[in-house]
Design a protein around this ligand. Structure first.
Ligand code: COA
Length: 323
């Protein structure tokens, strides 16, 4: 049985750090409010002229170096983003040409904050079906460009960044002990459009639009759906929460992260948290958190790692990976 085995990861954050105190000088908020409600202390914001593709490229170069591979070894790039450089072509093709990759295919997917888990699932399916052999899965965003900087209820929550992993198709035994992606679960519910969306787009308004959110409603759905999808993905493999080494959740809010970890019976030091430093970077948040925990030595080869995320759509999902 083919497994999609992780060979490396990488991440990149824009240089500029914006603290809560700095935001409090622009909108009616405070460091205390933001920290208490979300756990966020700071976020990175892309510079003028620094696009999603630029962040994605730097994360990808680092992931390839970590994997000991070259761009010419790749035959698939799946880039999850809700903030592409242009309406078309896919930002993934910008990364493809900048890397110097000419084999195979590069395309974008759009599942907002669930984008990275969707990307892993799609790349995993393609590797298993023989459509590609070595894939780069990227989550990259410049959410600062779609924020309403006068809306304190949303502008304090998000940041910019990118992360990537390299997956290679390898023969496995079909057992939970195999290295690689063991199972995925994806869901969406379009009825929940109005609680998290961007009020523009090429077909509707010919503008980019700005992010709109009913935070309390999103919070409620996040806790319920995360708990269900985590149980679903574990069930597919016959493994249980007790087998997990690490939970690497989408980094939206420390309270949602803590709630999910508690429901799984995990200790807080098994849950990777970067929301304090990165804020919510949408599709980039999971690979940024993964890269942090791999490079600081927490996540090791053979560890069982659970990724989960939810975002606009609503769209949500989970992936279980033996690292
Ligand atoms: N600073 C200070 N006060 C703020 C504020 C800010 N940045 N944003 C909102 N407030 C105020 C509100 O105006 C409201 O004031 P009021 O009681 O006088 O009307 C009060 O704080 C409470 O607002 P509310 O929205 O009820 O707060 P909350 O406890 O639900 O926390 C979120 C707000 C956004 C932090 C929380 O709902 C959340 O994290 N939701 C999930 C969002 C998310 O994760 N989205 C991304 C998913 S991908």
């Amino acid at each position: 049985m083919i497994r999609s085995v992780v060979h490396g990861c990488g991440a990149y954050l824009p240089q500029r750090v914006v603290t809560n105190d700095e935001l409090a000088r622009k909108v009616d908020t405070s460091d205390e409010w933001i920290r208490q409600r979300t756990g966020i202390r700071q976020r990175h914001i892309a510079a003028e002229g620094e696009f999603t593709s630029h962040l994605a490229l730097k994360a990808s170069e680092r992931a390839l170096a970590h994997a000991g591979l070259k761009a010419s070894d790749l035959d698939l790039i799946v880039l999850a983003t809700a903030t592409p450089d242009e309406t078309f072509p896919a930002t993934a093709t910008r990364v493809q040409s900048a890397l110097g990759m000419t084999n195979g295919a590069a395309f974008d997917i759009q599942a907002v904050c669930a984008g990275f888990v969707y990307g892993i699932s799609i790349a995993d399916s393609m590797l298993k079906n023989g459509l590609a052999s070595t894939a780069l899965v990227i989550g990259a965003e410049t959410f600062s460009r779609i924020l309403d900087w006068t809306d304190r209820a949303t502008c304090v929550l998000f940041g910019d960044g990118a992360g990537a992993v390299v997956l290679k198709a390898e023969e496995g035994k079909g057992l939970p002990a195999d290295r690689g992606v063991l199972a995925n679960a994806l869901h969406s519910d379009g009825r929940q459009h109005d609680i998290l969306y961007v009020d523009g787009g090429p077909s509707s308004t010919r503008t980019t639009g700005l992010l709109r959110m009913e935070g309390k409603e999103v919070f409620k759905h996040a806790v319920v759906n995360m708990t269900a999808v985590v149980a679903e993905v574990l069930e597919k493999t016959g493994l249980g929460p007790g087998d997990l080494d690490w939970l690497v959740p989408h980094q939206a809010n420390k309270r949602i992260i803590d709630g999910t970890g508690r429901k799984l019976g995990l200790s807080s030091d098994q849950v990777v948290v970067t929301v304090d430093k990165h804020a919510n970077t949408s599709a980039a948040s999971i690979p940024l958190a993964l890269d942090t925990a791999v490079k600081d030595g927490r996540i090791k080869k053979g560890n069982l790692v659970l990724l989960e995320g939810i975002g606009g759509g609503l769209a949500w999902g989970a992936s279980l990976i033996r690292w």
